[in-house]
Design a protein around this ligand. Structure first.
Ligand SMILES: [Zn+2]
Length: 535
């Protein structure tokens, strides 16, 4: 069994796990907390599954690995690009680095891992795998997995119809429980047959539950009968997850070190939406075309769909010559703000240099000073991309990244939706979600080299990768940005195992193949839409 286990719990948060562990509901995690060190893990901006796991597994921020969202951001086009996949991850992961140092590795469901980049060991790919495509390497691993499911699709319209919500919800939760058990079964079966030094596995269930059922996870006394039955089904999934962690730890034996981590935390959905494009228009930075809505409406009735799409385009909605900036949503509380730069866009109107900087400064200062009717700030912070990201892919990032306060969220299709409304603020209702991502994930370390410090300080998500490599006695690539979590490690162990930094061998990441076809990409887009990650 592996010497180091990285167990990913998508979306897990201490806000839920800490009280549940104290109350005896998560006995296996509680035991690890007791003998280990744990605390908050600061996610990426945006705190979103794909960029966050990428940072966790590469030790780099999105500017260092290239993935910012579920789709390819377009710094040269007006519409979002295709769905991002493993070919967009342009930095080596801990599995690549450990494999090159002759460690055997097993990777199960770590996003993004489709199309598959082979490792020195085995890979089972992630939720980006189109149905019917090969999802393991070597291929024969698939037949050893047993009854295995990569992901569970959320039922269509789960929260839209109260009459079917309980029935659909209970079915979905039971499917998540089974998926969790089968994932643990499969990992145990694989690691028994195929010895490895490093295991990476991600369980999706907490993220799915917390998006759709957040309001049932708090105080049980407030729930009605139906609420209590949903809560009981949620609890059953978390118990299964706790048992899965316990089974993996037991199988690895007392000499193994375990790192439990989440890619982001969770919180309740925002109450209101902020219409950034309305703000840009009100401040002279964006001009809507006169009658754009009317023309679009007529086109929708009169023309076939191919023609209709023309009326959805950027230049049909705004006057490009008088639009210096526009915004879109990357994640609920993270806005991408693009400057219409002449050197990047075919219809661009902002000159590089002083004019570009003046536009950015006006937006940063304006949005940071923006207050709602109660005088409360709407944005925590608006960043220039180079202040937030470092590395070779900073140029793919939006010109500005706005992070809203918890009360405010962005909506999909922000350009048209924002401009349709007159006011700056509106209600936030989207997809029937009740929970949304927060930047505070969790980490938990336990094992022979780990001190029993209990609750401990915050670390950035980029700390997990170098820590995992150090625990494997593998030198750490100099491009990994964050420190090893040494404050949690035993001093004697650190004396015997000083941190070793590898020679800089550059980023020789083998180019992974892209989507095989547009149909494959469309299937994944459809799947992500059901989960609420796309419009
Ligand atoms: Zn996630």
């Amino acid at each position: 069994m592996p010497k180091v286990l990285v167990i990913g719990l998508d979306g897990a948060t201490w806000q839920l796990f800490r009280p549940w562990a104290s109350a005896g509901r998560l006995p296996r995690l509680a035991a690890l907390m007791q003998r280990g060190t744990w605390g908050p893990l600061r996610s990426t901006i945006p705190p979103l599954t794909l960029p966050a796991w990428s940072s966790l597994m590469t030790g780099r921020n999105p500017g260092g690995h290239g993935i910012y969202a579920f789709w390819r951001l377009g710094t040269h086009r007006y519409e979002p690009g295709p769905i991002a996949n493993a070919s967009d991850l342009r930095a080596p992961t801990i599995f690549d680095v450990a494999g090159r140092a002759d460690r055997r590795v097993g990777v199960v469901n770590v996003p993004p891992s489709y199309p598959i980049r082979p490792v020195n060991g085995f890979v089972v790919s992630c939720m980006l795998t189109p149905p019917g495509e090969r999802f393991t390497d070597p291929p024969e691993v698939a037949s050893e997995l047993g009854d295995y499911q990569i992901d569970v699709r959320a039922p269509d319209g789960l929260r839209n119809d109260p009459k079917v919500f309980a029935e659909k919800g209970l079915g979905f939760l039971e499917a998540l429980r089974l998926q969790t058990r089968r994932r643990a079964d499969a990992v145990l079966r694989l690691t028994e047959r195929r010895p490895i030094d490093l295991l990476g596995v991600v369980f999706y269930a907490p993220d799915r539950i917390q998006h759709f059922f957040w309001e049932f996870l708090g105080d049980e006394a407030r729930l009605d009968e139906q609420g209590r039955s949903i809560r009981a089904a949620c609890d059953a999934v978390y118990r299964e997850l706790d048992a899965a962690v316990g089974r993996l730890v037991d199988a690895a034996g007392p000499d193994a070190t375990v790192l439990v981590a989440s890619d982001h935390g969770f919180t309740s959905k925002p109450a209101r939406s902020i219409r950034i494009n309305r703000w840009l228009a009100d401040n002279g930075l964006l001009q809507a075309r006169p009658l754009w809505q009317l023309r679009r409406k007529i086109a929708k009735r009169a023309f076939p769909s191919g023609w209709r799409a023309r009326y959805d385009r950027f230049e049909a909605t705004v006057n490009p010559a008088r639009t210096q900036a526009w915004a879109d949503r990357i994640e609920t509380t993270t806005a991408a703000i693009w400057v219409h730069a002449k050197d990047r866009y075919p219809l661009g109107c902002v000159s590089p240099g002083a004019e570009y900087e003046a536009v950015r400064t006006q937006i940063v200062e304006g949005l940071q000073a923006l207050r709602d009717e109660q005088g409360l700030p709407v944005f925590r912070r608006v960043y220039r991309r180079e202040d937030l990201y470092r590395g070779p892919f900073v140029e793919n990032a939006p010109d500005l990244i706005g992070v809203s306060t918890e009360r405010y969220g962005l909506v999909y299709g922000s350009l048209r939706r924002d401009l349709r409304a007159r006011g700056l603020f509106g209600p936030w209702h989207e997809l029937g979600y009740t929970g949304t991502h927060s930047p505070e994930g969790l980490y938990l370390l336990a094992g022979p080299p780990v001190r029993a410090l209990g609750e401990h300080r915050e670390y950035p998500i980029e700390s997990i990768a170098p820590t995992a490599l150090h625990l494997l006695d593998v030198p750490i690539p100099p491009q990994m940005e964050a420190p090893v979590i040494t404050s949690a490690l035993d001093e004697g162990y650190l004396r015997e195992h000083p941190i070793r930094v590898a020679e800089d061998t550059g980023d020789d990441v083998a180019a992974a193949p892209d989507w095989k076809s547009q149909e494959d990409e469309a299937k994944i887009a459809d799947h992500l839409r059901a989960l609420g990650y796309l419009e």
